[in-house]
Ligand binder design. Structure first.
Ligand SMILES: CC(C)=CCC/C(C)=C/CC/C(C)=C/CC/C(C)=C/COP(=O)(O)OP(=O)(O)O
Ligand SMILES: O=P(O)(O)OC[C@@H](O)CO
Length: 419
């Protein structure tokens, strides 16, 4: 009798859970419109005033499929964790998840590839779970409660592992560009590309069986165009709980509109953001020779207006953000502020060198600090971090993004300050 009652109770709970799944939004991943993917590898840079550009996006995802290491992941988190925008961590290897990355990230996103090899679906995941259960979690317990008896510590490490996985969100990827690093990492070849019918079926399996919080249509590096639209339209309405994310080659408002109208809940933009930093590096170099260190705001505004037009990377990135009404005006504003902040930091670094004082630049009353104040909680701390990174410059032999300085678009080292 007692057993019958217990079984009945369990069934009732399961039934309620199923009802809630269909009737309520139980997905812990917010329904973001726009996510910016920040790749920690050294070749992909951040604009000097990245907190301004990233204040426009709904969330940041830190990750990439090549040349990502625990060290460059840590450097990226040092720069990004202080922002008010939520920061996710999307590891592509088991060793990218560390205590520091877990502390810094608001959400762990775990990729599982629906059309790749089994290594990418469960192999790397198994390895990562093993490393959390047998290394990361026991080490954490040892450090925080070394006095615990071994058996209790081991039990707690198991609980911590389950907790990490239950709080993570799983991303069921459909990888459609076989020429991308993501495809190489997940064993996806041209023959594995899916048509709309198969893509929808696998998405339904991920939604209902794997219970993946995200179904991610991935064209990494290239825009999926009509094919992506057809797949998204086919999936639309077929999924109960998973959010649908589209990423790959988004470079302007028209691309974004097309995939959103087809049913993508969230668009993910990667390269278009890193291109802002690439262009900025050239622009700052020119500003150094063409503008006086104390150029007026008006002069800088004119100079920037002549060089930033609708086809530039800044306006293009901002045009992918659904809420931004005038991407050209906003990109000019952010670029102008960046140029002024840069000229001022250079001048301060030069002065510090001439006076033989410490190479650390005082960030009080700087354009940098003032620009950060409206978008972050601790503008003093972040301004100091950015100035320190810009001043410390690259170190010979490393260009892997493992230092914050290697992740910024420009370095002030030639202004005389050394580290
Ligand atoms: C469980 C824990 C603690 C960690 C998870 C570690 C795992 C499972 C990693 C899986 C890695 C995997 C299957 C990667 C496949 C490649 C992929 C889809 C990567 C995501 O794409 P991006 O890395 O954003 O692509 P780009 O570098 O091309 O921008
Ligand atoms: O870099 P892009 O092509 O914007 O792609 C974004 C993201 O989907 C990559 O994982």
């Amino acid at each position: 009798m007692r057993r019958d009652l217990a079984a009945w109770g369990e069934r009732a709970v399961d039934g309620a859970r199923l009802l809630a799944r269909s009737a309520l939004d139980t997905n812990p991943v917010p329904d973001w419109d726009h996510v910016t993917k920040v790749d920690p590898e050294g070749a992909k840079k951040l604009p000097l005033l990245y907190p301004l550009w990233l204040a426009e996006t709904d969330a940041i995802s830190v990750g990439g499929s090549s040349d990502v290491t625990p060290a460059n992941t840590a450097a990226a988190f040092d720069l990004l964790a202080p922002l008010s925008t939520p920061v996710c961590h999307e590891p592509s290897g088991a060793d990218h998840v560390t205590e520091q990355s877990q502390d810094a990230a608001d959400l762990l996103l775990i990729p599982e590839v629906l059309n790749g090899d089994s290594e990418a679906l469960v192999g790397t995941l198994g390895l990562a779970i093993e490393s959390v259960r047998e290394e990361l979690a026991p080490e954490l317990i040892r450090r925080t409660a070394s006095w615990l008896p071994a058996r209790l510590a081991d039990w707690l490490a198991g609980v911590a592992t389950s907790l990490l996985l239950s709080e993570a969100a799983f991303e069921a990827y459909i990888v459609q560009n076989p020429d991308s690093a993501a495809a190489r990492e997940s064993g996806v070849t041209a023959a594995d590309r899916l048509d709309a019918t198969d893509a929808k079926r696998r998405a339904m399996a991920a939604d209902r069986h794997l219970e993946s919080e995200i179904v991610y249509l991935e064209y990494s590096g290239t825009f999926g165009g009509d094919e992506a639209v057809e797949i998204l339209e086919r999936m639309d309405g077929a999924l109960v709980r998973s959010r649908v994310w589209y990423g790959g080659g988004l470079a302007d408002a028209a691309d974004v509109r097309a995939v959103r109208e087809a049913g993508a809940d969230t668009v993910v933009v990667g390269d278009a953001f890193h291109r802002v930093a690439e262009r900025e590096a050239d622009l700052l170099e020119r500003a150094t020779t063409e503008l006086a260190a104390d150029a007026s705001s008006e002069r800088v505004r004119e100079w920037v207006a002549e060089r930033v037009d609708a086809d530039g990377p800044g306006p293009r990135f901002l045009s992918t953000v659904p809420g931004v009404d005038d991407p050209v005006a906003l990109a000019r504003e952010y670029t102008g502020t960046t140029v002024r902040a840069w000229l001022e930091l250079r001048a301060r670094a030069e002065r510090a060198r001439e006076e033989g004082t410490s190479p650390t630049v005082d960030v009080q009353d700087t354009t940098l600090r003032a620009a950060l104040a409206p978008v972050v909680d601790d503008p003093d701390g972040l301004a100091a971090t950015i100035a320190r990174a810009a001043l410390s410059g690259p170190v010979t032999g490393t260009a892997d993004g493992s230092r914050q300085s290697e992740q910024l678009s420009a370095s002030l080292v030639d202004a005389g300050a050394s580290h």
